[in-house]
Design a protein around this ligand. Structure first.
Ligand code: NAD
Length: 427
């Protein structure tokens, strides 16, 4: 998160804007502007050298009115309570727009996972659970992976929780490894979900995917599968970008014939860092961090962090761009959003565009509950149905209300959440 942008203020600004448009009941608005519950805790971890290092952990439950809170755990050095609050709030809208019976939550630790040994990572994950296990659970709040966390960590966390409560509880966390309670298709779910949304947007805008070019920011979980999915759709991916930990800066990696995501995956570590020397040796061009945004592309897919399309960078977007598909959470600041809207660029807002991950997380919980597991094809086909329906619902709202797609997505989501509040007698 860049320093100047406070993600929670951004999330509240977006909410307030649509609350005004909807003439939302002020009591409902008061309840939804802030998270229901917030936890901030210390996690003392014994490091490999024998010293104790204290980390700060967070869990924010924005809403559980439609079902247990749901949302990832992010390990990132600039994690703050406000970032977690924003992400928790966006999760409430995401589960509502995807129409899955869950609420919104998010967690985190201010840490660079890559700076820890595997043993230290495991102790940190177990420590996170020890501090919060009383306040999460399959019927309360179900975490999952996000930036800086992965299926292996989810496996440790599920194990720690199961030990603490005294029974095997795979449904406490999703994004677990396959074979350890995880669902097939979860790894590719968010990126493929982004592409199902793009496919539907292209149908609506009458764009032929065969001639389409995408430029992607990031090359982690979401970006990798968005790139693979976009190419499967028939398009070309001009570039991806990544954060280089050695140089402490980001780079854009491009190829004039389009990148080969499978090759790049083979030279990328688990943190989404590409080996730029190997890429250069194979004919790739390594450019400045933000070069991705000014590429001659039809579709931009920001899939790294918040606030990347802002008042400054939005000016660099080429005239060819027709769609911004928000793989990341909160990649566009309100000022940049206004500029996109003015330029008539079709936006697929984050909590619709990247809802594939939480949707398959939900499928994972369902499979855990049944103790019966579906094939990858079955999971991806159910995911496609859910994403297509969610996109259509938001597009219908946008056309009916002559609203910008982000506003329309908020309208669909807020309506579902407020209805649940009414049905439960909260209003
Ligand atoms: P990840 O940690 O796997 O990958 C992040 C990628 O972004 C890495 O390649 C990293 O090098 C790159 N990056 C970081 N800073 C950058 C910068 N300044 N410029 C360019 N690249 C940069 O994370 P992920 O799981 O792919 O998540 C990416 C985004 O998508 C986040 O906003 C996350 O909240 C959101 N998201 C993830 C999921 C999921 O299922 N993983 C679901 C929904 C939303």
């Amino acid at each position: 998160m860049s320093e100047q942008i406070n993600a929670f203020k951004m999330a509240q600004t977006q909410f307030d804007h649509v609350a005004r448009m909807l003439n939302l009941d002020p009591q409902a608005a008061a309840m939804l502007r802030w998270p229901t519950r917030e936890f901030r805790f210390q996690i003392p971890v014994k490091m490999d050298d024998g010293s104790i290092r204290v980390f700060f952990g967070y869990r924010v439950q924005h809403s559980d009115v439609r079902g247990p809170s749901k949302g990832g755990i992010r390990f990132h050095p600039s994690e703050t309570l406000d970032t977690v609050r924003a992400l928790a709030m966006w999760m409430t809208w995401k589960t509502a727009v995807a129409d899955i019976p869950l609420g919104g939550g998010k967690g985190g630790v201010a840490v660079d996972s890559a700076s820890l040994s595997i043993g230290e990572q495991e102790r940190l994950c177990r420590g996170w659970i020890q501090q919060i296990y009383r306040n999460i659970g399959p019927r309360q709040d179900v975490p999952a992976p996000d930036v800086g966390t992965n299926p292996r960590m989810m496996g440790w966390m599920m194990d720690e929780y199961s030990k603490l409560v005294g029974e095997y509880t795979p449904g406490v966390i999703t994004g677990k490894p396959v074979g350890g309670g995880g669902s097939l298709g979860r790894t590719e779910a968010t990126g493929f979900g982004v592409v199902y949304n793009i496919r539907e947007a292209m149908k609506h805008l009458d764009i032929n995917p065969q001639n389409a070019i995408a430029a992607i920011q990031g090359f982690g979980n979401v970006a990798q599968y968005a790139a693979i999915g976009f190419i499967n759709l028939g398009g070309k991916v001009a570039c991806v970008s990544y954060w280089d930990r050695d140089d402490q800066k980001a780079y854009t990696v491009s190829h004039e014939d389009g990148i080969d995501p499978l090759f790049l995956q083979s030279i990328t570590d688990v943190y989404g860092t590409i080996d730029k020397d190997k890429a250069r040796d194979s004919g790739y061009k390594i450019e400045d961090s933000m070069a991705w945004i000014s590429k001659e592309a039809d579709v931009l897919i920001p899939a790294a962090l918040e606030g990347q399309i802002n008042a400054e960078t939005v000016e660099q977007i080429s005239a060819r761009v027709k769609i911004v598909a928000e793989g990341a959470n909160g990649p566009t600041t309100p000022e940049a959003d206004a500029a996109l809207q003015e330029r008539g660029i079709f936006n697929i807002p984050d909590f619709l565009c990247n809802a594939g991950g939480v949707t398959v997380s939900y499928f994972e919980s369902v499979q855990n509950d049944m103790n019966f597991y579906w094939s990858r094809e079955e999971v991806l086909s159910k995911l496609d149905d859910k994403m297509t329906k969610a996109f259509r619902d938001v597009l219908d709202m946008a056309l009916r209300e002559k609203a910008y797609m982000r506003d329309a997505a908020y309208m669909v989501a807020i309506d579902k959440v407020v209805k649940a509040m009414e049905l439960r007698g909260w209003l």
